[in-house]
Design a binder for this molecule. Structure first.
Ligand code: TIU
Length: 223
């Protein structure tokens, strides 16, 4: 095992080693952070999420430079929508539904431009991209097997949105025995109050789902 790194975090310091840890970047897709995508069809202002991009790009560069495992996820569905439950497809009154044609192709459909990861954070060769039909990264995906296969026991979690796909993934991971630190400056919500309380919920009660710390607390320990 490589050297143990101790990060000042909430609710108490988080320890990890680079070789047993993955940086997991959740759903940094055009569909969530650019106009005309799934997030905007739900009535959200995508500008709320865009501040995360440069901070996460900086931390991604650091993680790559030290050889940490990096895993990306994308939320989306097959073109025939066979993996999209009617309950998800028909929920609410969005301006466009999943599968409808938008400016970046069909909304939240695999293979479309809108479904792909933004240029600033685009995966490089060797970084797995997990396509998931749900909010959590474990449901109906190879994510769990990837972590086991690489001997990963701890996750540094980034991406969008804090209270939806980040939370669902962290809760799923926590139940499976992974220790998760949510990078508080690298996750974003369309709702400032959910961002605040979403982060508080992770580390409350002695770390009920995990830890939180800004990436800027980790970078100096890695470089
Ligand atoms: N709507 C919302 O906040 N999020 C999602 O639908 N998916 C993710 O969080 N990726």
């Amino acid at each position: 095992m490589s050297e143990t790194i101790t990060v000042p975090a909430k609710p108490y310091p988080f320890e990890f080693s680079i070789d047993q840890t993955a940086l997991v970047i959740i759903d940094m897709q055009r569909d969530f952070v650019e106009p005309g995508g799934f997030g905007e069809t739900l009535g959200n202002d995508v500008e709320e999420l865009r501040g995360v991009i440069p901070v996460l790009a900086d931390f991604l560069a650091v993680a790559r430079s030290v050889g940490m495992t990096v895993i990306h996820t994308r939320e989306g569905h097959l073109p025939d929508l066979s993996d999209c439950p009617p309950a998800k497809l028909n929920r609410g009154a969005p301006s466009m539904r999943i599968g409808d044609p938008g400016p970046n192709g069909r909304i939240l459909i695999r293979g479309e431009k809108g479904h792909d990861i933004i240029e600033e954070l685009y995966p490089i060769e060797g970084e797995p991209v997990v396509d998931k039909p749900g909010k959590g990264a474990f449901y109906a995906t190879e994510f769990g097997d990837l972590l086991v296969g690489r001997g990963i026991t701890k996750l540094l979690v980034a991406g969008v949105t804090t209270e939806v796909c980040v939370h669902t993934t962290v809760r799923e991971a926590n139940d499976r025995g992974y220790e998760c630190l949510v990078l508080s400056d690298c996750v974003g919500s369309y709702f400032p109050k959910f961002q605040e309380v979403g982060l508080e919920m992770v580390s409350a009660q002695g770390g009920i789902f995990g830890w939180t710390a800004p990436s800027t607390a980790i970078t100096p320990l890695l470089t």
